[in-house]
Design a protein around this ligand. Structure first.
Ligand code: PMP
Length: 403
């Protein structure tokens, strides 16, 4: 299996330094660079094609509405779902907050429990804490194994009929560990709980099939799938979505408004108050078209191979400690004895290598790993071995500087 570049870097203007040299961008887990096709779509939709959706009687608005709803179909097809099950949100964070506030507030009662895991991103922790504090529910935390997988044996032992929701990351944004979805779904459903999967890091690199996966909620952000910021998706099973009350009020989410009483539009419009992120939605679809044009299975294989190579290369440094499982999806976290990740990140930046240094919005995971921060390299479709070689050179230089 080759780990060579699978797509032309030239498609990605963001992969160059201001001087026009290759930029070794290894922070795709934070946000992905955008292909020219997406940039062109967004520019066209903001420019010559621009108009509002849903209300206009004039031709351009009708065209924009068609494009916006076609984007919803593209997102739905991407995850093998029905389009009325896709709610556009600002991103994964907003999608989880939507579920917590709408489903959680209406369905959960004092004494009900939610199971999270030790490796969750803050956006899959804090919305549930806000809900806990409002509703008097309890949060349990499933541990991870030493190699960084959510410990599903522990989850099995912890789950009770009081658990109404399991909310796990499909892929960890720090460790690249991939959840055994089938088992997690069956454990949750086994006690009658719903299961939400945070697909932020899975959507860009793992083929998704909502019908086969059989979870209840799935969330992801466009900007990590090579699309624009400001848009993402909540997928939920139609019957669950239909039963959920609105969470924000305003235009576009109503059926009929009087001062006495308002009735609401069916899902997904019920959850999309206000003028939507029209341009971003169409840009999202354009990014999905780009990704599916390459093939998500090829992307996954490419990034897994790069991750394996990176782990091998980084594993040669005696003072370097790798976190996470051997088989990881596109993400490697590590620390170097005596070098703070921020110092490493700064020196690497001088070498045109961009990594992430910090807690990656996963402070409880940092506590579990016993570190304040890690260095993280993450891969995208535009990366190849030259980026890993540049990372290795940068680490060698850092080690020389630190003696
Ligand atoms: N969950 C995971 C696993 C993530 O990696 C991220 C983004 N770092 C989020 C949630 C939040 O996504 P967003 O900021 O796009 O809403």
């Amino acid at each position: 299996m080759t780990t060579g570049t699978m797509t032309s870097r030239a498609d990605f203007p963001g992969m160059l330094t201001p001087e026009g040299q290759p930029w070794h961008y290894l922070d795709t887990a934070a946000t992905a660079q955008k292909p020219q096709a997406v940039i062109d779509t967004v520019a066209r939709k903001l420019g010559a094609d621009y108009a509002t959706v849903h209300r206009g009687v004039y031709g351009r608005s009708a065209e924009m509405t068609l494009g916006f709803e076609a984007a919803r179909r593209t997102v739905a097809d991407f995850v093998n779902a029905d389009e009325n099950e896709i709610v556009f949100t600002r991103g994964a964070t907003e999608a989880i907050n939507l579920v917590a506030q709408s489903w959680g507030s209406s369905q959960l009662e004092v004494g009900d429990r939610i199971l999270l895991s030790e490796l969750e991103h803050h956006s899959n922790i804090v919305p549930w804490q806000l809900l806990r504090d409002r509703k008097g529910i309890e949060i349990d935390v499933c541990p991870i194994t030493d190699d960084g997988l959510i410990d599903l044996d522990a989850a099995e032992a912890m789950l009770t009929p009081r658990h109404k929701l399991v909310a796990f990351a499909h892929v960890s944004n720090v460790l690249g560990s991939v959840l055994d979805v089938e088992r997690a779904v069956s454990l949750a459903h086994g006690v009658g709980a719903k299961i939400l999967l945070d697909g932020c890091q899975a959507a860009p690199r793992i083929a998704l099939d909502m019908k086969a996966m059989d979870c209840d909620f799935y969330v992801f952000s466009a900007h990590k799938v090579y699309g624009p910021t400001g848009i993402g998706a909540l997928w939920a099973k139609a019957d669950i979505l239909d039963a959920m009350p609105p969470w924000q009020g305003g235009g576009a989410m109503i059926d009929r408004v009087t001062f006495e009483r308002t009735t609401y539009a069916p899902a997904p419009a019920r959850f999309e108050a206000g003028t939507p992120a029209i341009v971003e939605a169409v840009g999202f679809a354009s990014a999905i078209d780009y990704v599916t044009g390459i093939g998500i299975e090829r992307i996954e294989a490419h990034e897994r191979a790069l991750t394996r190579t990176a782990r091998e290369e980084l594993g040669r440094f005696n003072s370097l400690r790798l976190f996470g499982p051997e088989e990881a999806a596109g993400i490697v976290s590590f620390e170097i004895d005596g070098v703070h990740p921020h110092d490493l990140g700064t020196i690497l930046d001088e070498e045109s290598v961009a990594i992430r240094a910090g807690h990656h919005c996963a402070q409880p995971l940092m506590d579990r790993l016993g570190v304040p921060a890690t260095a993280r390299a993450s891969f995208g479709i535009y990366n190849d071995e030259t980026d890993i070689a540049a990372l290795v050179r940068g680490i060698e230089r850092t080690l020389r500087i630190f003696g």
